[in-house]
Design a protein around this ligand. Structure first.
Ligand code: KG4
Ligand code: ZN
Length: 339
């Protein structure tokens, strides 16, 4: 019997729908909300309204592109959290309505778990190299920074995490003080390509075990720019490539130091990255280089599955369907972390 999952993602500012059938991705449609750019960050109320407008067209497109009939869908999986409550409610309500009207099971998905399972997404006919269990995943997004041990698709343990800001937040906040648009991570990545990563140095925090901290870095970056600008008010303009390369390099060093520590502690050599920041070219290169140095097998999600997307929700829904892990209709979203 075919297993066809409709995945719905609406945790932040991307409305997305995807179809995952019998172990392969068939479609992954994303409607980005450009409207937040001019506010320098996501405005929750505007995000919820845009999800309301986008959700039906995006689902229709995903079904059309997958070339399936609505009646073929076996279950609907949706992001339950973490995320913005109003935004999550749109996807949750849609999924519940869809489940009732089609009389199919409802599956709730943890957004962070889904980011990690994005590593397994492939199309029919593709034979991608995927991690073997157990593997370590550095999950780096706009809201989260964690090191997770995956024992199986649905069995994961967090062994380290940020005690304040996430890595993506560090990128975005540093970009903001440089006057770059939101979200700043991709802009820093682009500008860093033409810069010297050792032009400027920033203090790295000393945090115990496998935990991270990024709030001090953001503050020292702010003071550094303020001091330099008081001497030369064109400092950012003149040095933007070097500044971006240096701050990016510092963030990557902090992440990689802990990842090395985690591999030593666990003895695991199957190493992956996931989440929006895994799209960063410097981080990908650092992972590949560390892989060569320490004989790790390394895994990086495809670009379209690194930032928020419903493909990752649909694949997680697929594994939960196989495990008969269904949600009841009175399930409610959660805004804060729970894994
Ligand atoms: O996973 P994601 O799409 O949403 C969350 O679940 O948070 O991650 C978004 C984060 C943002 O902070 C964004 O700046 C960052 O991922 N990001 C990047 C890059 N692409 C996205 N950061 C650095 N370099 C990139 N190329
Ligand atoms: Zn995400």
């Amino acid at each position: 019997m075919d297993i066809t999952i409709l995945g719905i993602e609406s945790s932040c500012d991307d409305t997305s729908a995807a179809i995952y059938k019998n172990g392969y991705i068939c479609s992954n449609k994303i409607a980005n909300q450009e409207l937040h750019k001019k506010y320098g960050g996501v405005v929750p109320e505007l995000a919820s309204r845009a999800h309301q407008q986008n959700i039906i067209p995006v689902v229709e497109q995903a079904i059309k592109e997958a070339d399936i009939k609505t009646d073929e869908i076996s279950a609907v999986a949706f992001t339950r959290g973490p995320g913005l409550m109003g935004a999550l409610l749109v996807g949750t309500s849609f999924a519940k309505g869809f489940s009732i009207s089609k009389n199919i099971p409802l599956i709730e998905v943890n957004h962070l778990q889904a980011h990690i399972l994005s590593l397994f997404i492939q199309r029919d006919g593709e034979s991608k190299k995927v991690p073997e269990f157990p593997f370590l995943c550095l999950l780096v997004s706009g809201g989260h920074t964690q090191i997770v041990v995956l024992k199986d698709y649905l069995d994961m343990e967090i062994i380290g995490q940020t005690i304040d800001d996430a890595a993506g937040e560090a990128f975005d906040k540093c970009a903001k003080v440089m006057g770059l648009p939101y979200p700043g991570g991709p802009y820093i990545d682009k500008l860093a390509k033409e810069g010297d990563p050792h032009a400027f140095s920033f203090n790295k925090p000393v945090i115990k075990d496998l935990d991270f901290s990024f709030s001090g870095l953001k503050t020292s970056f702010l003071y550094f720019l303020r001091d330099q600008m008081s001497v030369d008010d064109k400092f950012i303009e003149k040095n933007k490539n070097d500044i971006c390369a240096s701050i990016q390099n510092t963030i990557i060093d902090i992440l990689m130091d802990k990842l090395v520590k985690a591999t030593k502690k666990t003895g695991i050599k199957e190493i992956a990255i996931a989440g929006g920041v895994s799209a960063n070219s410097g981080l990908k290169n650092a992972l590949i280089q560390h892989g060569e140095k320490y004989s790790w097998n390394v895994y990086i999600p495809e670009l379209q599955y690194s930032t928020d997307n419903a493909g990752m929700i649909a694949i997680t829904g697929y594994y939960k369907y196989l495990a008969h892990k269904f949600a009841s209709l009175n399930v409610s979203p959660f805004a804060r972390h729970k894994m």
